[in-house]
Every structure is written in C-alpha cells, then in structure tokens.
Design a protein around this ligand. Structure first.
Ligand code: PMV
Length: 363
C-alpha cells in the first residue's frame, strides 16, 4: 500500500444527508511510539493492546451544502450534547490533513456528536478513540460513495486517516494487538496505518486486564506535538528507535512462548524509557508524580512478596496502567483496592481489559 492508493477516483454516486455512528476504543502501547517525522510518520514501530471499556462513541451527521464550490470546512462538534468550540482547531487541522484522501469533505456540513465512556478530565487521552471514531464515520460515508470498497481497504484507510488525526489513533481500529510502523517481523506492517498482529499469542495474554489508576486528572502538561518534537535532535534518539525495534522482536517471542516474566521486563522498561526520554530532552519534563512512583514501588513490592505477574505501563502522563493476566484478577484487584487506590486522585480508577476494536452502531 502507498499513500497514493488512498486517494480516490472521482466519486460516481451522490449523497445528500444521513448519519453514521461508530464506537471506537482507546489503546495502550506496550512498545511506545515517541518521535515522529513529517505527515505523522512514526520514528519507530510500536505495538499496543486495544482496550475495551474506554471508548468514544461518535455520530457524524452530514448535509450537502448548497454552495459546492466552497473550499472551507463546515462542522460543529458536541461533547455529551454540549457545543465545543475549543475542539474546532483540532478537527480543522485533521480535515485539512485528510482532505486529499476524502475530497468530499468541503461539500458537506457535518455535525459531530461525541461521548467518551471515561471522564473527559480523567487525563486519559481521548484522541486515540475520538479520532479513530471520526475516521470510521467518514469511511462509512466514503463506502456509500464507493460501494465496491472492500473490508480490508475500509479498515486500512480508516486507520490511515485516524493516524493523520493522532498517531496512536491508528492502533484503535482493530484488536487485540495492533502494530504500527514498519517492523521486519510483523507481517504487512507499515508506517502508514496499524495492522492487526497475526503472530502466535499464548493463552496467558488473552483477556489481559488493564486497571487505569488516575493519579493526576486534568489537562495534559505536554501536548503530543511538543512531546514528539522533543525527539528531534535528542542525544539518545537513534539508540531509542533501535531499542523499540528490538523490544518488538523480544515481544514477538514472548507472546509466542507465553513468557510473562519477559513481558513484564519489556513493558516496564518501555514505560520508564518513554519518561527517561522526556527527562533527558531539552526542554525536559517530569510527568510522573510522587504518587506514580509510590504505585510503581508498591507493585514491585507486591510482585516480590507474592510472585504475582502484575506490572505497569505509563502514557505521557502520571496515570498508571496496571496490567495483569485474567487468572490473577481477584488477587490483583484486592491489592489495587487495599494498597493502590489511596494514591489515586479522589480514589478514581477504571477497570478495563483487552478489546477487539471499533464497531459500527448502525449495522
Ligand atoms: O498519538 P499521540 O500523538 O498522542 O502519541 C501518543 C504517544 C504515547 O501515548 C506516549 C505512546 C503510544 O505509543 O501510544
């Protein structure tokens, strides 16, 4: 697949008015994407678990505009029924980036109604689930215009478009494991869109659990754009990008063998490396909070004392994703409630688990 294959031929069908609804999940990277080139091309490959309970449900309603010759976009965005003027610049940038691939965008007025299953202020990035949900609604529209669109093309182009909204969003279309970025050992992997991981995965990784501990709720301290740009000219960037390739190779073997100790080592090291990159860039940031570190310490103590396979990963923020096999759910949840919840803001946490990707609410 090349970028050019996502540019459609002139549409033969016409659409006047209608709507599509998709529900799309968030995802959590095991090997992190941090650093990008132009056009949202990742500097290194990443792989993620698709989540299930943290999702965005979006309805996109479209109405043909009277004046077809306009080259401006027309849209309004609602979050939980409330008009969100501050979302407009993000959508405007997204539409500009994808217009070449969906030339019908200027022909319609769009009403985008969105709802997140998790609190907006939870510090959980809604861009992955949000951007993938819009991309899927737009693809449903394109499928009406090009009825011969295949399922594979639909999925790949939805991921391709989502990537142009927010890089990691391209990993939310499918599940349970998605790779994004060209990697020697992942079949069909590409920088252009996420692909469902088709390697062998031992049963222990099925239904893996992710309990998200909300340590810091509020606006992001460092935007993704600023964050990724910190890798430009970073003294350790090249070694980090190489390491991501190697860690994916390690995970491939780990998934196959069901090597959970190996999984813990790669995943925790990836989380700490992500933060180490932020701490060693100019400007530098510390996004972990004292409670983030306290939680990590407790997890390590608990693992040592009980032989549990619980581990953690982090996003570009202070919240902690606690990962564990389904078979250990009871003990780990007890541990979380007894020992970790005290470190969460207002004792908030979200129980999630691996999911299988987005789905249409219309069909
Ligand atoms: O998708 P973005 O541009 O918000 O970047 C996300 C980066 C991390 O969440 C820190 C890592 C990842 O691979 O998801």
């Amino acid at each position: 697949m090349t970028v050019a294959s996502f540019i459609p031929s002139p549409y033969k069908s016409k659409l006047e008015t209608g709507s599509f609804t998709w529900q799309s999940p968030s995802n959590i990277a095991l090997v992190k994407y941090w650093g990008k080139l132009e056009h949202q091309i990742p500097a290194n490959p990443s792989i993620s678990f698709t989540l299930n309970n943290c999702h965005t449900k979006t309805t996109l309603s479209y109405t043909k505009r009277a004046n077809n010759s306009t080259d401006t976009f027309s849209f309004e965005v609602y979050l939980d029924g409330e008009l969100k003027l501050d979302f407009a610049p993000k959508i405007e940038t997204f539409f500009k980036r994808i217009e070449k691939y969906l030339p019908f965008l200027t022909d319609y007025h769009f009403k985008i109604e969105t709802h997140n299953s998790f609190p907006h202020s939870s510090g959980i990035a809604s861009s992955a689930s949000g951007m993938s949900a819009i991309a899927l609604c737009l693809m449903s529209m394109e499928k009406q215009l090009v009825p011969e669109t295949t399922t594979t093309f639909f999925t790949e182009k939805a991921s391709f478009l989502a990537r142009l909204g927010s890089g990691s969003a391209c990993r939310s279309i499918e599940g349970p494991l998605v790779g994004w970025g060209a990697h020697q050992q992942i079949t069909n992997s590409t920088d252009l869109f996420g692909v469902k991981y088709d390697g062998d995965v031992a049963n222990v990784f099925n239904n893996y659990q992710d309990t998200i501990l909300l340590v810091d709720v509020g606006e992001k301290k460092v935007s993704s754009t600023v964050g990724h740009s910190l890798m430009e000219g970073h003294p350790f960037a090249e070694r980090r990008f190489e390491q991501a390739h190697k860690n994916i190779s390690k995970l491939i073997e780990i998934f196959k063998m069901g090597n959970i100790k190996g999984f813990i080592e790669v995943v925790e090291s990836e989380a700490l490396t992500l933060h180490a990159m932020m701490m060693t860039s100019i400007p530098y940031f510390i996004l972990m909070k004292p409670n983030t570190l306290a939680i990590i310490d407790k997890i390590w103590e608990f693992r040592k004392a009980t032989g549990s396979n619980v581990c953690f990963t982090l996003d570009a923020g202070a919240n902690v994703h606690v990962l564990y096999p389904e078979s250990e759910k009871e003990e780990v949840l007890k541990f979380i409630k007894n020992e970790l919840v005290a470190y969460c803001k207002n004792e908030q946490y979200i129980c999630d688990q691996i999911g299988f990707g987005a789905y249409s609410i219309d069909s």
